[in-house]
Each structure stands twice: as structure tokens, then as C-alpha cells.
Design a protein around this ligand. Structure first.
Ligand SMILES: [Zn+2]
Length: 363
């Protein structure tokens, strides 16, 4: 807050899943867990406060046709912000959204550069489309462009086969992931089906998006290596529509998508039960609307994840995983205040009372 005013947040401040305080203060845009010596003008916000929500799979600067202009990207970011999403892991975008970093009124973005896909094996205009021999070079480039993440398209429909199939040979991803790690970046991959997962995990991948193809064979492997998943259940809900659209031309693919959809809740629940870290991501920005983090938390609860853990997957745990602070002394004051206790019913997240970003009440 540049005007020097002080914000007093009181009620129940959910600093951690087991750490609940009565109040916190915001001074100069930063959190103070103690009452400041001089307060002057104080604005009070009352309710249940959480760290700003995290959407760990979101695309800013992208729509169903590819890159969008700045005005549209700004609207996307504002929609997320007003829904309480104040930290985004951008899971791939063809447009340069660096300008967002200079805007105190927009959510913070952790970028994965641009998607890297196999030639003709992804949505048009989204990705660098390359062959395995170029993978290491492209991964190195996106690792340097991004904010600590690189995004691969791990599987997609193979039109000759008429079904989903893995996009990369094992040796290529192994070399590419090693290069990303050498450059200090983590790697994640889009995977719907079963057959790419083992290679990616054994090659050292850090996270898998969607992960609808997890089975009893691969779940223990993910758990043992601590590979996270971001299920994006609000996106998986569109599989039956996609399957219906592709039925005539690709019946095998269509049936496969339906099977993955039918078992989606069991898959996520089994992954959670095995100890795989699960985080909230919506996949907004492709064909999905922005601002759906609350709906995804509710979906994780439907899948059988306990409400407090589903909440953590969008707040405390997600921030720790991404290396960003929550409601800590001196941290930027990015928080959301609700009228009721979101631990009792996560649907409360759908309607924030107040959104505070960099110490300013923005919504
Ligand atoms: Zn995505």
C-alpha cells in the first residue's frame, strides 16, 4: 500500500492448516503478525482469511486459437484475481506476459515458457512443435525463458494410430529433463493416457498434468519418487464432449477418453491415498474459463480428498511446493477473506468477501 495506510484483518486467519490466529496486519503492503507500533489510518476487513489461492495449471495469454493480445490476457488475469487466485503457475503460453510482473494489481505468475510438443501432436498455435533430436535445445531455451518450470506435451492423439500415445522416446526425455535440472528448472508434462507415465517418471520428471492415466502400476512409482500431479478435474469434465466430437473419426481414442473420464475420481483418490502430492489447477485459458480454482477444490473433495487437504492443495501446500510464501511475517500481503469457514465447506471459496493483493484491497 503506497499510501501508508494499515489494514487490519481480523476474525480467523488461517496461517496454516493447523495454525489459526485472530488477526494479522498489513503495513506497507506486507504482512505483520503483530500489531504495528503506529497504526494511523486503519481499514478493517473481517472474516476467514486464507493465503491467496494458487492455480497451478492456468494459461494467461492463450485462448482456444493460440496467443491473445495484452487486453485479453489482462482480462484473464483479472478474472482469476477477482476469484481469489493470486498465484498462477502458467503451464505454457505462446505469448510474452512478462509485463504482468510490473503490475501490482495482477496475480503473480510462475511461467513454464511455451509448451514443447511433437510435430503435429498438439493443439495448433500453442506449442513449439519439434522432433526428439531438438528436445534438449528447446527445453534449455524454455528453461531460461520461464520462471523455473518447463512444460512438455507428453502424450496426444496419434492420428495414424487413432488413439492417445506417448510423444517422446525415453532417451530424449531423459536427456531433456537432465538439462532442465542442470539449469535449475523443474519439468512437467501433459499426459492423459497410461503409456507415457513410466518413462517420464523414470526419466526424473517433477510433475504430471492431468494424470488421468495413472494405474496401480504407476501410482506407487509416482509416490516413491514424489512426483506431483495436477489433475485439472474441471477440464477432465469436458472429455465426454470431446469424445463425442471425435467418435466418428477416432472411435478408439473416443472410447479411451471416456474410460479415463469415468474413472477420474477413483484415479485421483488412489493417487492421494498413495501419498502422491496433488495440487489445484484448472487449465483455464485453453477452452476453459478463468476463475475456476474454487470449482477445482470442490472437485477434489468430490474425488474423496479430505476438505482440509483439498484446501491445502490450493493454498499452503501449493505455495510451499512452488517456493512462494503464504501468510508469513514480511511476505507480500496476498490473501482472500471469506464470510464463512472454508474448512467446513470448501464451496465458500466461490465467493470471496475481500481480495487483498500486495496489501491493497482489490476486490
Ligand atoms: Zn493446460
Amino acid at each position: 500500500m503506497s499510501d501508508g495506510a494499515v489494514l487490519h484483518v481480523k476474525g480467523r486467519v488461517l496461517v496454516g492448516p493447523e495454525d489459526v490466529r485472530d488477526e494479522l496486519w498489513v503495513v506497507g503492503g506486507r504482512i505483520s503478525l503483530r500489531r504495528p507500533a503506529r497504526t494511523g489510518d486503519v481499514r478493517t476487513v473481517e472474516g476467514w482469511a486464507l493465503p491467496g489461492l494458487v492455480d497451478a495449471h492456468c494459461h494467461v495469454g492463450l485462448d482456444q486459437h493460440g496467443a491473445v493480445d495484452r487486453e485479453v490476457a489482462e482480462k484473464q488475469a483479472l478474472t482469476d484475481r477477482d476469484a481469489g487466485t493470486l498465484l498462477i503457475r502458467d503451464a505454457g503460453s505462446p505469448s510474452d506476459t512478462r509485463w504482468v510482473d510490473d503490475r501490482e494489481d495482477l496475480p503473480k505468475i510462475i511461467r513454464a515458457g511455451r509448451h514443447i510438443a511433437r510435430t503435429r501432436r498438439y493443439i495448433r498455435n500453442y506449442a513449439w512443435e519439434i522432433e526428439p533430436g531438438d528436445l534438449v535445445a528447446y527445453v534449455a531455451r524454455e528453461a531460461r525463458r520461464g520462471d523455473g518450470w518447463v512444460k512438455l506435451v507428453g502424450d496426444w492423439i496419434d492420428r495414424d494410430l487413432g488413439d492417445l500415445s506417448a510423444c517422446w522416446p525415453r532417451e530424449a526425455v531423459q536427456a531433456a529433463i537432465a538439462e532442465a535440472h542442470r539449469l535449475g528448472a523443474r519439468v512437467t508434462a501433459h499426459c492423459f493416457a497410461e503409456d507415457s507415465l513410466r518413462d517420464l517418471v523414470e526419466a526424473g520428471i517433477d510433475c504430471v498434468e492431468h494424470a488421468t492415466g495413472l494405474t496401480d502400476d504407476t501410482i506407487p512409482l509416482f509416490a516413491e519418487r514424489g512426483v506431483a500431479i495436477v489433475p485439472t478435474l474441471v477440464n477432465i469434465a469436458t472429455f465426454p464432449r470431446l469424445a463425442a466430437g471425435g467418435e466418428a473419426k477416432y472411435p478408439r481414442w473416443s472410447a479411451h477418453m471416456r474410460r479415463l473420464h469415468e474413472r477420474r475420481y477413483d484415479t485421483v483418490r488412489a493417487a492421494y491415498d498413495a501419498g502422491i502430492p496433488v495440487y489445484v489447477g484448472t487449465d483455464a485459458g485453453g477452452s476453459l474459463a478463468h476463475g475456476l480454482a474454487a470449482a477445482e477444490v470442490a472437485e477434489l473433495v468430490t474425488a474423496g480428498i479430505p476438505p482440509l487437504r483439498a484446501l491445502a492443495a490450493a493454498t499452503w501446500a501449493a505455495r510451499e511446493w512452488l517456493g512462494r510464501p503464504g501468510l508469513e511475517e514480511g511476505a507480500p500481503a496476498d490473501l482472500v477473506v471469506y464470510e464463512q469457514d472454508p474448512r467446513a465447506d470448501v464451496r465458500v471459496l466461490a465467493a470471496p468477501r475481500r481480495v487483498v493483493l500486495n496489501g491493497r484491497v482489490v476486490g
